[in-house]
Design a protein around this ligand. Sequence first.
Ligand code: 5GP
Length: 116
Amino acid sequence: MSETPSIFSRIIAGEVPADIVYDSERVIAFKDINPQAPVHLLVVPKTEEYANVAELAAGDPALLAEIVTTAQKLAFEHMNGQYRLIFNTGRDAGQTVYHVHAHVLGGGLSEGSLAS
Ligand code: 5GP
């Protein structure tokens, strides 16, 4: 189910190129390779210890908070500060990378729909 190292760890290590928009001690963010909105960023903890957001919340709530505040900061830099924050959890929900990550979507989304 999960690759080790994950594709995101390979991006963090510089082995796979990505359009990086934020890089701190514990968090990185880059543009999604297959955008589902006019702006689609991924905010990723550098550790791949946590497969999903519930594991992260239980194991390192401060790191989850940092991901959320990073998403907010990037939303002001790349959109108008309004955004959709998604953590897919499990294959049936569309999760394909089991290294927890937040999708930050914005730049013009339709009203009233949860789908991107
Ligand atoms: P998930 O489906 O697990 O919630 O999200 C994984 C996301 O990672 C997808 O939206 C997919 O497009 C993105 N992704 C997968 N491989 C790469 C890659 O090599 N580079 C970038 N920038 N995004 C990727």
